[in-house]
Every structure is written in C-alpha cells, then in structure tokens.
Design a protein around this ligand. Structure first.
Ligand SMILES: Cc1ncc(COP(=O)(O)O)c(C=O)c1O
Length: 423
C-alpha cells in the first residue's frame, strides 16, 4: 500500500535452510545480519573517539542564535531535512542510532523507537486509522493489542473485526471496502501459532489495505516480515531485541513514506523512548543473532525432550511436525524460536507445583532475555476459570521462554521437576 519497499538494505540476506536446522537441532545465522547487528546504525568515528555510541541524555537541543532558528524553520517549512535535533520528543541521536540498526536488521528504510511495544502499537494504529475506518485483527494476538483495538479504537468510531489466524478465507471475508489495515502477530503467545504472511499480504494487496505484523516472538533473526510483502513490522523491544530484561521499548519498521504519519503521531502523543533505554537497546542488539541462535537451539532441544515425556500431554513448538503450523513455519522462518509451550499431564494445581519445582528459570510474565523465564499463563491471566476458558488458556499449560543457558542443564532441571508430576 505504501510503495517504496523492500529497502535495498534487506537484499542479499540468504535465507537459512530451515529443513537442515530441524535435523541438526541448531540454526545457522545469516552472516550479513550478524554484521549488521554489530555495526549498522552507528558512526565509525564517534564523539571523543569513543567506541560506543554515547547516551545523549538531554531533553532539548539549543540554537546558537536567531539566524539558526530562522534557517531551521525555513527548511522545515519547505519539507527539507534540517540535519539537527530540536526537542527530545521528536528525536535524539542515541535513539536514532538504535532506529537505524533496527531498520538494517529488518530490511526497512526507516524505524521509529517508542517507550514500549504498546506505545508502538497504539501510536501506529492511531496514526493510520480515522473514524469510519475498519481494522481487521487476527484473534490470536497479545491481549493488550486486542484490548486496544476492541475497547479503545471502537470508542473513536473505528470498527474492528477479529479474524482467525489459520483461515485465510475468513481473513479475506472480514475485509470490507472500509478496511484500512490488517494487524497480525506471529508466532503467537502462548500456542506459537504461525500466520502465513504471504497470504495476508496477498489479501491486503488486492484491496489496498496496509499490513502490520507484530513480530516480537520471531525477531529479525528468525523472520523478516517485510521480505514477505508486509508493510510495517512492530516489536516489543522489551523482549528479544533488548534481550536482558532491563528495558522497555517498542519499534516500528517500514518504508519512510509509511512511517511519516506515525513519526508525527509519536511527536504528538508522546510515546517516545528515552536515550538511556535506547542505549541499552543498541547494546542488546549487538548480540541479538548470537543470543537468538542459542535460544533457537534451546527451544528445539527442550521441545524434542518434552514431546517424548509421559508427564507431558502436548507440546506446542512450531519446529515440531506435530504443531499445526509447522509447514508454514518451515517455509517462512529461519529458526523456530526460544519459546516452548506444553501441557502437563494434570490440572491447574499440578501445573503450578511443577513450575515451583523448576530450579533454573525465573517465574514471571516476560520472555526473550538471557535468563529463562517460565509461567503458567492461566495463573497470570485471571482467577476466574470462565475467563481463562474464554481466552483459550488451558489450566495445565506452561509457557517456557528459554534463555541462553546450557540446554543440558535446562533439560536436567525439567527432568527432575517432571518426576514429581509422574509420582
Ligand atoms: C507479542 C507482544 N507484543 C507486544 C507486547 C507489548 O510490549 P511492551 O510490554 O513492550 O509494551 C507484548 C508484551 O508482552 C507482546 O508479548
């Protein structure tokens, strides 16, 4: 819909053979991505000869005199690049370096950094949609994205339809002449369902609809949605991109033309990131390919181990042939990720006790960092059984977001904790 894509930055990244990955239980990181993760977006020669990009911790940027202001205002009025910063809500050098690195990793022309993934999602949708428009959201997506669409956008006269992710006909049928955007997420949480992006892009292209994909669980290492014809990629950078559970940020990547109204909306709504978080994100991104390669390997090893275990009823991992979207994942992704969900042979209480017996992972609601984190989605969602059932969250489901620990140690820990389920 927005034209001017894909960016030349994304060309030449060889697609990894996912079939081979499955057999070896490990993945090969495309080398250009690893190099971009370290170098892209940052000047070689930085202030003071520093090796790392400085944290420009300032709220504003000053002018020398009235003549400089006049020149700045004239350039802005004529739509020219001003080559300078003005006020922190509109941009900052540290944030811009992180944005350029993310654009290079996703293969987009430009990226915009936000205070959180939700700030990125809400600002993007508000920028693109107006009263009277219609939005299609794939039903299996982060519950706050769904909530924003259904409880907030609808208040401003934007109609919203939820469509199942695995039925392209239903997605096409949900589109109306007023549909302006399709918002999808892949892989999803917690069942790791995989959306066929080329089918989504094809449905949208014939109707002039913008496509937005939340690719938080995949990272650009495992999936680059722009290569599959998607217009905008969104991440909660608080997860794998930051990678150390020490920052909140969000990012949107796409063609410059598509991002212009979103950049303007960010300046108005104020969901800007902070220079310090941008610095942490830049640092985290340098090791992204190495971390995700290890997390893919851990995911694969743990999923295989669990699938054969008598105390486990079912494993949800897109790398396994038993996953309903395995074929799409094989075709579309370069690696299957570090999150494995599985159902314990037992109910709510047995599952809670199993999690309590695990010794390595932390218990908590996030994912994507170097430390493994486990949770029982039902327990964190609601105290009411009806709510959990309505959300499709099984009481015996465990979501295990693997960190970068040694796979043998993670499996040994699972083994001892699962013994208690069988006993
Ligand atoms: C898939 C996905 N998208 C978006 C978000 C929101 O990101 P943030 O917490 O950075 O606002 C989350 C958070 O858990 C998520 O899992």
């Amino acid at each position: 819909m927005f034209g001017a894509r894909p960016s030349p930055l994304c060309m030449g990244i060889p697609k990894t053979q996912v079939g081979e990955i499955a057999e070896r239980g490990e993945r090969t990181v495309p080398d250009p991505l690893a190099t971009r993760a370290v170098h892209a977006g940052e000047e070689k020669h930085k202030p003071y000869g520093a090796l790392t990009t400085p944290v420009v911790q300032t709220s504003t940027f000053t002018f020398a005199d009235g003549a400089e202001i006049a020149q700045f205002m004239r350039r802005k009025a004529e739509g020219e690049s001003t080559n300078r910063y003005e006020y922190g809500r509109y941009g900052n050098p540290t944030e811009q370096a992180a944005e350029c690195k993310m654009a290079a990793l996703e293969g987009g022309e430009q990226a915009l950094l936000f205070a959180s993934g939700m700030a990125a999602i809400s600002t993007t949708l508000l920028a693109l949609l107006s009263s009277g428009d219609h939005l299609v959201v794939t039903s299996d997506c982060y519950h706050r994205s769904r909530e924003f669409a259904r409880s907030f956008l609808t208040r401003w006269g934007i109609a919203v339809t939820l469509a199942p992710i695995d039925q392209p006909q239903a997605l096409a049928a949900a589109c109306t002449p007023r549909t302006r955007a399709i918002f999808a997420e892949t892989p999803t949480n917690p069942y790791l369902r995989v959306v066929d992006l080329e089918r989504v892009a094809a449905i949208a292209a014939t109707r002039g609809i913008a496509t937005i994909v939340d690719s938080t669980f995949a990272t650009p290492v495992n999936l680059r949605p722009l290569e599959h014809g998607i217009d905008l990629v969104i991440h909660s950078a608080s997860k794998y991109l930051g990678g150390h559970n020490d920052l909140l940020a969000g990012v949107v990547v796409g063609a410059r033309q598509a991002l212009t109204p979103i950049a303007h909306a960010r300046g108005v709504l104020g969901g800007t990131s902070s220079p310090h978080d941008a610095y942490l994100l830049l640092r985290g991104l340098k090791t992204l390919t190495v971390r995700v390669a290890r997390q893919n390997e851990n995911g694969w090893r743990v999923a295989q181990y669990l699938e054969g275990h008598p105390a486990v009823r079912r494993v949800w991992y897109p790398g396994l042939a038993s996953h309903p979207d395995h074929a799409v994942a094989q075709r579309q992704m370069c690696g299957f990720g570090g999150v494995v969900s599985f159902e314990i042979a037992g109910g709510f209480d047995e599952t809670s006790r199993f999690i309590d017996r695990l010794q390595l992972p932390y218990i908590g609601p996030t994912l994507g960092g170097v430390e493994s984190i486990v949770q029982q989605p039902a327990a964190l969602f609601s105290l009411r059984v009806e709510d959990r059932q309505a959300a499709g969250l099984k009481d015996n489901l465990v979501r295990y977001a693997l960190g970068i620990e040694d796979a043998d140690d993670l499996i040994a820990d699972l083994q001892q904790a699962l013994c208690g389920v069988c006993a």
